[in-house]
Design a protein around this ligand. Structure first.
Ligand code: PMP
Length: 426
């Protein structure tokens, strides 16, 4: 760092705003899948701003779409007027969602999207009882910290939402981990049934879940869990919300939405991050009758603004035109194969789908979380010119989520750095 930016950051920004690395970096330039910091060092980016820069950096098709909107002079006026790009994007997302009679509301972030979904579900069901998954993360708003099953990320416990947590999302440390897939699903569903019968008053509004837990360390239950859970929810009229903030738009390789791996259509999905490729855009897509359940008026000043809408439309085009879902599958398989072949004693599990790969680090020969090794891996990879992320309940999971445009050569380059860094662990 060329000046005292870190000290100034510490002085004026909140203590709870986390920074990665012993010496945090300041990014001053970006191109394709590479970032350059203020010290002139260039890194291959395997975290994409926490899966936000899904197309990579400086993508002409996206910049041009945004520039064209800026050239009209209309950064934004108000969603009280008609915005053509907003309607177009809503139509496309509604159609892709598979949700019957779907309607879309745009927000500026994933937290706000989940907050809206919670407000819809609780209003629709006239109940403030919510089910969430253990080890979940759904955002930083007052509503969403209340349904985040990871103590390290729950900044406040004072929410009026009543929440109960269900087993299932984080298999590696689940009491059911050693069961085969079907028995694992049965055990999780039995847990859900018992929870409904004992811990709740029976009038639960919704279950919200990430198909692959993001902050929780890129862990996912066996395919089919959420279909089995939804059958129970349907018996009670409980709504199912899939939080697709990290898993949407094809990143998981086999599917466009993460939840499709479970062969189930949710009542609502929330999205954000990759849709804007760095522009602030999020939203909810929901069954029409659920979306329309508010009696009072409600709107968002910036949600659905034309700059974000044009950028997002260009992103969706780019994903389809370059078949990035298939690329995520191929590059994800390449990386996972290589990571498993490295056979490091520090790796308890390599898991994930497409370009959402988690590497659970453990004390060799045990399943004990190895937080020190995770921290060391971040520094070792950075030293070698690669940026990755970290997460998990015990902060011992490496999170690998490169831009969806990652090339085969870049995947090989990053993989080599990961393998070399694992070998450097002691
Ligand atoms: N849901 C999930 C699954 C997330 O990973 C995140 C962000 N990490 C959020 C919601 C919140 O999104 P935002 O930070 O845009 O508010």
């Amino acid at each position: 760092m060329t000046d005292d930016l870190l000290a100034r950051h510490r002085a004026v920004l909140p203590s709870w705003m986390s920074l990665l690395y012993d010496e945090p970096i300041e990014i001053v330039h970006a191109q394709d899948r590479r970032l350059t910091d203020s010290a002139g060092r260039t890194y291959l980016d395997f975290f994409a701003g926490v899966l936000t820069n899904a197309m990579g950096y400086d993508v002409p098709a996206i910049s041009d779409a945004v520039r064209k909107q800026l050239d009209t002079g209309v950064l934004h006026t108000s969603t009280l007027y008609l915005i053509r790009s907003q309607v177009e994007l809503a139509e496309r997302i509604a159609e892709r969602s598979g949700i019957p009679d779907a309607k879309v509301f745009f927000t500026n972030s994933g937290s706000e999207a989940n907050d809206t979904a919670l407000m819809l579900a609780t209003q629709y069901r006239r109940s403030n009882q919510v089910l969430a998954m253990r080890n979940s993360y759904h955002g930083r708003s007052f509503g969403t910290v209340a349904i985040t099953g990871n103590r390290g990320w729950s900044a406040s416990s004072l929410s009026p939402i009543k929440v109960n947590y269900v087993h299932g999302g984080y298999r590696y440390r689940s009491p059911f981990r050693d069961l085969p897939d079907t028995a694992y699903i049965d055990a999780c569903v039995a847990d859900l049934v018992e929870l409904l019968e004992t811990a709740t008053a029976g009038d639960v509004a919704c279950l919200i879940a990430e198909p692959i837990q993001g902050v929780g360390g890129f862990s996912s239950p066996p395919d089919g869990l959420f279909k089995a859970m939804k059958e129970v929810l349907d018996e009670h009229g409980i709504l199912f919300i899939s939080d697709e903030v990290q898993t949407g738009w094809g990143r998981t390789g086999d599917h466009y939405w993460g939840i499709q791996a479970h062969d189930v259509v949710p009542d609502m999905m929330t999205f954000a991050k990759g849709l804007g490729n760095g522009l602030a855009v999020g939203g909810v897509v929901a069954r029409g009758d659920v979306m329309d359940c508010f009696q009072a008026e409600s709107f968002s000043t910036f949600g659905g603004n034309p700059v974000s809408m044009q950028g997002a439309l260009a992103v969706l085009d780019y994903i389809d035109e370059h078949d990035l879902q298939a690329n995520c599958k191929a590059r994800g398989d390449q990386l996972m194969r290589g990571l498993r072949a490295a056979n490091s004693p520090f790796v308890g599990e390599v898991r994930g789908k497409g370009l959402m790969i988690g590497v659970e680090l453990v004390e060799p020969g045990t399943t004990t979380p190895n937080t020190v090794a995770a921290k060391q891996m971040l520094e070792e990879t950075k030293k070698r010119g690669l940026l990755i992320g970290k997460g998990g309940l015990h902060k011992n999971v490496l999170r690998i989520g490169p831009p969806m445009t990652l090339t085969e050569a870049e995947a090989a380059e990053g993989l080599q750095i990961l393998v070399d860094s694992l070998a450097a662990l002691s």
